[in-house]
Design a protein around this ligand. Structure first.
Ligand code: ARG
Length: 401
């Protein structure tokens, strides 16, 4: 083995991985970190990676690509795994993998490595992407095969090899951070009966501490994509960052769930995703205004499958792309404005409008403005009820036998 590209976060695991791979394979190590809004200091990371033994360090700003190619398609597809999780971590893995493959090709590397455990979903997402995009690359997952049995053993190894370890940062949680949301696991969260301690949360205030007055926002969408807040045009990054900040202040975006992992385990997960929660609620309310009933109902089925594919690491599959083509077609009229109220941990949609609205006040009103033909309903019910009339007759006959 000559060269290995490692997905590097700067944490203990991936630091130990650099040294471990170097020793085991006698290879040149290239550390790769994607900037997806996790607020890392690139020069400090680079220093650490090189000090740990990496020959080269890549820090790639993938925020725009993440937003346009992953986050917005997920938003348009109402992608919420098991109805709740906005898939922040899941969406980032194929993006990181794709860019690692590009670096590996440029560098003429023979392998890629990641620091995921053998119990999680992330290993699957990384490896399915690697296998699909570059089957010639060898995949190494040190955490699945190395000798360390505990964090303490890793720390000992790190100290022995001069790897800088920041013990002051030692919190019991495992945290994965990007602009679409934060995933928090481990420590006291492993007991699904226990309320998450406040220090588990990174960017949201508790509802108790949130401001006592509500805040209203108007979010404008163009074909399913948010483009303005309170009348001001914004690029994706600015818009998502702003919503994370305002939502976090109001305690919006905390998600506490037990979810089904791909490997069969159930796990208790805490997420913080203010922007994702606000945008998903606003987007789906706008869809309710503009999508025809049957299309809207069918899209929920598509969304469920779409979310599963993202969670399962099927990002680069034709199946996901086909569903996305359907989803994009549904978004043609998802243009309009939604008013949300943020207050004490809640995001409530309180208004919606669209030039393509299918809502007709003349039809839904109970006042004298009503133009709906009430008499037409009789014939409609007669025919619509025909199958049930026939079934009722047959069942009464059957019971008498
Ligand atoms: N359960 C989530 C998922 O599978 C979050 C995983 C968090 N990953 C991590 N490295 N802490 O997408």
């Amino acid at each position: 083995m000559k060269k290995i590209v490692v997905a590097y976060s700067g944490g203990l695991d991936t630091s130990v991985i650099i040294k471990w791979l170097q020793t085991k394979y006698d290879a040149e190590i290239i550390a790769f970190t994607a900037d997806i809004g996790q607020k890392e200091n690139p020069s400090a990371l680079e220093k650490k990676a090189i000090q740990t033994g990496a020959k080269k360090f890549y820090f790639m700003d993938l925020k725009e690509e993440f937003i346009n190619e992953y986050i917005f398609p997920a938003l348009k597809g109402s992608a919420l795994y098991e109805g709740k999780y906005p898939l922040a971590t899941s969406l980032s893995r194929p993006l990181i993998a794709k860019n690692m493959v590009e670096v590996a090709k440029k560098e003429n590397a023979d392998a890629v490595a990641h620091g995921c455990t053998g119990k999680g979903n992330d290993q699957v997402r990384f490896e399915l992407a690697f296998k699909n995009l570059a089957p010639e690359l060898k995949i190494i997952a040190p955490v699945r095969e190395w000798e360390f049995k505990s964090r303490e053993q890793e720390i000992e190894y790190a100290k022995k090899h001069g790897i800088p370890v920041d013990v002051t940062k030692k919190k019991p949680y495992s945290i994965d951070w990007n602009l679409w949301g934060i995933s928090i696991e481990c420590g006291p969260l492993e007991d699904p009966w226990q309320q998450p301690p406040e220090d588990a949360y990174q960017i949201t205030q508790s509802a108790e501490k949130a401001p006592a007055t509500p805040e209203y926002l108007e979010i404008e969408f163009y074909q399913g994509i948010p483009v303005k807040i309170n009348g001001k045009t914004m690029k994706g990054l600015e818009l998502i960052s702003l919503l994370n900040k305002i939502g976090g202040k109001h305690g919006v975006g905390r998600i506490d769930m037990v979810e089904n992992r791909l490997v069969g385990i159930k796990s208790r997960e805490i997420y913080e995703a203010p922007a994702a929660v606000i945008l998903h609620s606003a987007h789906s309310e706008l869809e309710k205004l503009v999508l025809e009933r049957e299309l809207m109902h069918f899209k929920t089925i598509i969304s469920q499958k779409f979310s599963e594919l993202i969670y399962y690491g099927y990002w680069f599959s034709d199946f996901r792309k086909c569903l996305e083509a359907f989803i994009n077609e549904t978004q043609k009229y998802v243009t309009g404005t939604v008013r949300v109220k943020l207050f004490k941990g809640q995001c409530v949609v309180v208004g919606r409008k669209s030039p393509y609205s299918l809502y007709e006040e003349k039809l839904s009103t109970y006042t004298e403005k009503d133009i709906f033909d009430h008499r037409a309903s009789k014939g409609f019910i007669d025919l619509y009820g025909l199958p049930l009339i026939l079934e009722g007759q047959r069942n009464r006959k059957f019971r008498k036998q």
